[in-house]
Design a protein around this ligand. Structure first.
Ligand SMILES: [Zn+2]
Length: 269
C-alpha cells in the first residue's frame, strides 16, 4: 500500500487523540489542577462564627475573650470557647458511633470531592418539616447519573436564608419542637448504600427538626460517612460541576468541629 494512503487514514485518529489529550475540565485547553484551581471561582459555603448565631439547643455558644490588644500588649489575641458542633461544622462518625473515627481521623482524601447538589427548596416552601425522600435522590440520579463514592451530597433546602435569626432558623413551636427540613431515614440509607463520602445540609441538622432520636445521624455516621451542617446559601452551586474542599479544625479526638467549606466552580466565561 502506498505510504501516503496510510497518512490519510491516521490523520483523523491523530486529531481525535490530540483533542482528548488537550481538553481539560472546561473542554478547552489542557490544564494542570493548579492552573484550573487558580482560575476557578471560589464560593464560601460557611457562616462566620459569632456569639449570637443559631446553635442547636444545648450547644455551647462562641465566647471570645480578649487577652491582648495591640495598644496595650503590642499584639492582638483572644481566647475562644465554643462547642464542637456550632456554626458550619462537620459531624465525625464518632459523634454517634462509639469507637469510630473522630474528626482528626477523617483523611484529607475524603474531605474533598465533587458536589452533588439535591435541590428541595420547592418541597420545603410548602412544608418546613419536609424530609428528603429516596424519590428525591433517585430523581437526581435519573438526571445526572448514579451517585459515586467520591460524591459529597449537599441538600439545598433554602433554609440558610433564615440565618442568623435563631428563632426563625430553629423554628420551634410552643412545645419547643423545632421545625426545619432534613433527611428521611430511607434517603440516608440509600446514600449509605451508594457509599457517598458526606451529606451536607443548610439547616441545623441532617435529621429533620422534630427528630428527638436522630435516626438519620445514627444510620449515616455508623456507616462511616460524615455530615456538614449549617451550610450557607447553596444557590450558586449547579447540581453537578462544583468541587468541594471541607476543612474542619484539626482537633484530636473531636466529635466534630467548625469547618471552612469552599466550592470551586469553573471560571465564568
Ligand atoms: Zn449533626
Amino acid at each position: 500500500m502506498h505510504t501516503g494512503y496510510w497518512k490519510l487514514l491516521l490523520f483523523p485518529l491523530a486529531l481525535l487523540l490530540g483533542a482528548c489529550a488537550t481538553s481539560g475540565p472546561s473542554g478547552r485547553e489542557s490544564q494542570t489542577p493548579a492552573e484550573w484551581l487558580s482560575r476557578a471561582r471560589v464560593v464560601d459555603l460557611g457562616h462566620p462564627l459569632t456569639p449570637d448565631m443559631p446553635v442547636f439547643p444545648g450547644g455551647t455558644r462562641l465566647s471570645a475573650k480578649v487577652q491582648g490588644t495591640v495598644e496595650r500588649d503590642g499584639y492582638f489575641i483572644r481566647q475562644l470557647e465554643l462547642g464542637e458542633h456550632i456554626g458550619t461544622h462537620v459531624d465525625a462518625p464518632a459523634h454517634f458511633a462509639a469507637g469510630s473515627a473522630s474528626v482528626d481521623r477523617l483523611p484529607p482524601d475524603v474531605l474533598r470531592g465533587p458536589a452533588a447538589v439535591v435541590d428541595v427548596t420547592a418541597q420545603v416552601a410548602s412544608n418546613p418539616d419536609y424530609e428528603v425522600s429516596t424519590a428525591d435522590i433517585e430523581a437526581w440520579e435519573r438526571e445526572h447519573g448514579p451517585l459515586q463514592p467520591q460524591h459529597l451530597v449537599l441538600i439545598r433546602t433554602g433554609w440558610a436564608a433564615r440565618w442568623p435569626d435563631e428563632q426563625r432558623y430553629r423554628n420551634a413551636d410552643a412545645a419547643g419542637v423545632m421545625h426545619f427540613p432534613g433527611l428521611s431515614l430511607a434517603a440516608s440509607r440509600l446514600l449509605r448504600l451508594r457509599q457517598v463520602r458526606a451529606i451536607g445540609i443548610d439547616t441545623l441538622s441532617t435529621d429533620p427538626g422534630p427528630s428527638a432520636t436522630f435516626e438519620q445521624h445514627k444510620d449515616f455516621l455508623t456507616g462511616g460517612g460524615y455530615h456538614i451542617e449549617n451550610l450557607a446559601d447553596l444557590s450558586a452551586l449547579p447540581p453537578v460541576g462544583a468541587f468541594l474542599v471541607v476543612s474542619p479544625l484539626f482537633v484530636k479526638d473531636g466529635s466534630g468541629a467548625p469547618a471552612r467549606v469552599f466550592a470551586f466552580l469553573p471560571p465564568e466565561r
